[in-house]
Design a protein around this ligand. Structure first.
Ligand SMILES: Cc1ncc(COP(=O)(O)O)c(C=O)c1O
Length: 382
């Protein structure tokens, strides 16, 4: 049998197996503006986007982006280290560093690339990485790219982390403990301040992925220690969720930033962000810092949805669990009939037997849609 027919067989097997498990995915063709999306000419209120503050369609942000692309064009042409570092980067990086009380900041092409670049640069063959069991795919993938030893600790468990550190830490040169401020599929918060204390006791570094925290928790500040970022903490995040633009970042001390500038493959060997995207992120961040009203509006929407759906959440993410894949798909289809687009999240994005609907709220959702969508779902499951 030829190699190409082997590959064809393998692809067929993989696709068939996904279909049997109700885990097969297709791309849905949509056009969208804020929380309203259109599929095949029909409008839906979407709960699928992480544009938590509606900044992706903010008029002033759009105008700013428009001005910059008229001035500087669309693409950036090359990597930051090759074609030069657009001066808009400096403004954005110092603004993020300042907001996060961090010594330094480095912007990457996306949050995924920031996570890969950081972990790949920092960790080597004589190091240990401890990951929360429910960490995002980018964090697992990043850890697997290194030659470090990888261990899992139980989700948000201080005891489990302490036990792993007690057992393994002494055998390795450096140790990186990885968590998220807000977990992307469950919406729960990590006890990152306690994790940091434990890390300090064991001379470990804590990495917190703040992708779903910035703009949402702690009055929009995201993961925060009140004062300066502790010396054993590194934050990563994205510019594509509450910031409404595109890109990612790492906040750390200047020696880590220096290392990343020299060693992070995803920074060095990938084209930098288009200037208008950086400018949009910059203005959105300014709005989050200066306009507490948008963050407060999101909190009010979260409170209203909590009451309507009867689920507690400290973030803008609400999981409604069905466990079985097909049950989650059926519920999603049912909501669609009523004009609501709520994706069914299935393995491997979430662990086996924990398929769910994932509601992602935005400050620009209207109250009626929030209440009505919850009502339709509760009627369906009762
Ligand atoms: C926790 C977490 N980290 C990182 C990312 C990746 O961010 P980006 O979309 O900017 O690549 C995501 C996005 O899905 C995420 O949920």
């Amino acid at each position: 049998m030829s190699n190409s027919s082997d590959l064809k067989d393998k692809i067929n097997e993989v696709i068939q197996s996904l279909k049997v498990k109700n885990q097969y995915r297709t791309l849905t063709k949509i056009s969208s503006h804020g929380p309203t999306i259109s599929i095949d000419g029909k409008s839906y209120v979407s709960f699928a986007s992480n544009d938590y503050l509606g900044l992706s369609i903010d008029k002033e942000v759009i105008q700013q982006a428009q001005k910059i692309f008229l001035d500087f064009g669309i693409g950036s042409g090359s990597s930051r280290l090759v074609s030069g570092n657009h001066n808009l980067y400096e403004e954005l990086e110092s603004s993020i560093a300042n907001f996060k009380n961090s010594e330094g900041c480095l912007v990457f092409g996306s949050g995924y690339l920031a996570n890969l670049g950081l972990i790949q640069s920092l960790m080597g063959s004589d190091d240990l990485i401890l990951l929360d069991r429910l960490s995002h795919n980018s964090l697992f993938s990043a850890a697997k790219l290194t030659k470090s030893t990888l261990k899992i600790f139980e989700h948000n468990s201080l005891t489990s982390l302490s036990n792993r550190l007690e057992k393994y830490r002494k055998n390795y040169r450096n140790c990186l403990v990885v968590t998220e401020s807000v977990f992307s599929m469950d919406g729960d918060l990590s006890p990152y301040d306690h994790l940091q204390e434990i890390c300090r006791q064991y001379n470990a570094t804590l990495m917190i992925d703040d992708a779903h925290g910035l703009g949402v928790i702690n009055n929009g500040k995201g993961a925060s220690f009140g004062q300066a970022l502790p010396s054993n903490v590194i934050l990563t995040g994205t510019l594509s969720k509450a910031i409404g633009s595109y890109g990612g970042y790492v906040c750390a001390n200047t020696s880590v930033i220096d290392l990343l500038t020299n060693k992070a493959n995803t920074l060095i060997y990938s084209t930098s962000l288009p200037p208008f995207v950086i400018a949009a992120a910059n203005l959105s961040l300014k709005k989050i810092r200066e306009n507490v009203a948008i963050v407060k509006t999101l909190s009010e929407k979260i409170d209203l949805f909590k009451q309507s759906i009867g689920i507690d959440s400290d973030s803008a993410i609400f999981p409604f669990k069905f466990n079985d894949e097909q049950d989650a798909i059926n519920a999603s289809d049912h909501l669609k009939e009523y004009g609501f687009f709520v994706p069914a999240i299935r393995p491997p994005t979430v662990p086996k037997n924990s398929s769910r609907l994932r509601f992602s709220l935005s400050a620009i959702h209207d109250d009626h849609s929030l209440k009505r969508c919850a009502e339709v779902l509760l009627d369906y499951v009762s």
